[in-house]
Design a protein. Structure first.
Length: 238
């Protein structure tokens, strides 16, 4: 009885999606993807400049067996798809993955420029639960209202990734004895993928420059289609 109820709910959602998308070409389905999002950067630190925190940092978030399907809203090109049975699925705007921090180096801090205070890790690093969310073009460019870029002619799925570290119990904490405390803080990235590429099951790699204060690096996002293929992640993502 429970399974029948779930399937009925999925059918209702599918009908709602069809109604919302009336008059618009509907994205049907994507390949089954594994998605990896990796942030890697280095940061200059000194007694006179930025100090403490990371001098180098890498984190990796992984999402396995991800599919995209039709959106119940005309404002989105596609949503994630959670399959319940062979002919039933539920659309979702956000999914959760598995993440790990490292390798990393925590920089010293200085109270006296001639005496660096070395950090001592007090908790972690522990696994974290990153999120991947489907957003609209307008949401992705909400901060660019005065210079809103031209909407791409080809249908495009916009996505927001967030490391989503815990605020109450951070996955990595450290201290500078008798001076200061530190903890890992969440970062995120916006990016887009062509809907046609998802429909065709194409492998994708997206590189987004990262800059935050004295930190310079890159986001590397990889979509790897699982169907009939072996896992061949680039060595830098293993």
């Amino acid at each position: 009885m429970l399974m029948k109820s779930v399937l009925f709910a999925a059918a209702v959602i599918a009908l709602a999606a069809q109604s919302a998308l009336a008059g618009k070409q509907i994205f049907v389905s994507s390949a089954d993807y594994d998605i990896t999002v990796q942030l890697s950067y280095t940061r200059d630190v000194s007694p006179e400049g930025e100090q403490g925190g990371f001098s180098s940092y890498t984190s990796t978030g992984e999402f396995q067996h991800v599919r995209f399907g039709p959106s119940p809203s005309k404002d989105f090109e596609a949503w994630f798809e959670r399959r319940l049975a062979a002919n039933a699925a539920v659309p979702m705007r956000q999914i959760s993955g598995e993440g790990r921090v490292g390798p990393f180096v925590i920089a010293p801090a200085w109270e006296d420029p001639s005496e660096p205070i070395e950090p001592r890790i007090t908790a972690g690093p522990l696994p974290f639960v990153p999120t991947l969310e489907v957003i609209t073009f307008q949401m992705a460019h909400a901060e660019d209202e005065e210079s809103m870029p031209v909407v791409p002619l080809a249908p495009t799925v916009w996505l927001r990734y967030n490391e989503s570290f815990s605020i109450d119990e951070p996955e990595l904490k450290w201290e500078y004895p008798k001076f200061a405390l530190g903890q890992v803080e969440s970062d995120g990235v916006l990016f887009s993928v062509p809907t046609a590429s998802l429909a065709k099951g194409e492998d994708l790699e997206i590189n987004v420059p990262y800059e935050n204060g004295a930190a310079r690096g890159e986001w590397k996002i990889v979509f790897w289609a699982n169907e009939g293929q072996e896992n061949k992640w680039p060595a830098s993502l293993n």
